[in-house]
Design a protein around this ligand. Sequence first.
Ligand code: ZN
Ligand code: ZN
Length: 461
Amino acid sequence: MMMTKLRIWGGAGEHGRSCYVFEGKQHRIMLDCGVKKEGTGQYPVFPPQKAKELTTVLLSHAHEDHSMGLPLLYKYGYRGEVWTTKATAEQLGSYFRSWHTYVESRGGELPYGEEDIQSITYRYLEDEVPSGVWHEACPGVRIMWGRSGHLAGAVWYIIEMEGKRLFFSGDYSRESELLAADAPGLCIGEGIDALPECKPKSSLVDISIMDNAYGMDIDPQPVKLERLRVEMEQTLLSGGHVLLPVPAFGRGQELIVWVSEQFPEQAIIVEPDLWHGLKQLIEWKEWLRLEAPARILHVLNSSRVFVPRDVAERISLLERNRATIIVTRDGMMDSPQARWYYQYLSDTRNMMNAMDRRVNMKNSVMLTGHASNGSFGKQLLERADSNDICIARHLIYKVHQGLLDVRRMLKEMPSKQVVLVHAPKLQTDLVRDELIKEGNNRHGGPAREVHSLEPGTMIEV
Ligand SMILES: [Zn+2]
Ligand SMILES: [Zn+2]
């Protein structure tokens, strides 16, 4: 007889539309409800009538691949709350606006209305309980949260329900330049004195949903950053500009701080929304590493950073300065700002002079995150035209977990089952096979069963 289940409505075997339901006899708890940035947008595959049956919804962070499907739940009749952090709720407005723009730019239509967005009611985790402490969310359900180091307001969750324990890593990184991460494994030991009605039988986690967006990749952040530094330096030394397209919140602010420290002589152009994000980030001290506020403040007071108010200011900055670093949204270059900069940088008429052409000056675009099929960024990467005066490169800034991170998390968080998520199926299969080969699936190993799943599947917990 099957009592507890985990349903995958999106996010496993793919990048995007993170959506899982932990389902027991009385409770159905949804984790995230995101979208996938392909075509006119893809949504989790749950049948609409399932929305009404949910008892609770927990949101890990503000990125669209975790959050932009939430209004659908209200459209289909969910009347409960969405548990998340204040910082996440504050960022969501900006994501709703850019998701709307994205869908329309692809000739699509949002599957929900403004009234559905307005219907979302939030419950703030920080108001209920500090991180790393158990909290009875409703009778028979206990939750614990902690910072996941991925974005301000981003969290992981441990849930205890009807005698089973689930861990959801959210998007997790312990290698952020600015954000602090809590190690979930250190917190859980405290949970054994559970309320009698939801006390799990062992200290093990029954099932983990674990961020493995980087698949088999094992490079730590310093290796990735050194590669990025070398590539940027090449362009800048030739007198060319470097364009860094980034999401509105998250690695954008981290990269602004990092480039300003790595290239102390260079002028940096930062688009207003990202600059605003940096000013906001310093206010969210509880999400930052101890040394981060001083690093951010240094950039905020820098005389080398310019925030253009309009196109005329952008042009004048680019004409006045050689070898500038430009930081603009969005990470996949679908935004008008990113397109504008690319057009400018790839137009030979905008090169400084004949000398620049002789010394083979080149501009470059550094994509530092996921590039979806069909996005402008992906098209640039695939073009690989050697005559182009603006070259695109793909050099990841780590905000997710690769193989080594998953292995470490499994050691700290021994789980009977683990579902690897956030990467395409074939990449996930490779990691599953590797972990099985290492013996992680045998009794006594960190995880007895490793899964590579797809949307629409369900497993027994
Ligand atoms: Zn994310
Ligand atoms: Zn994500």
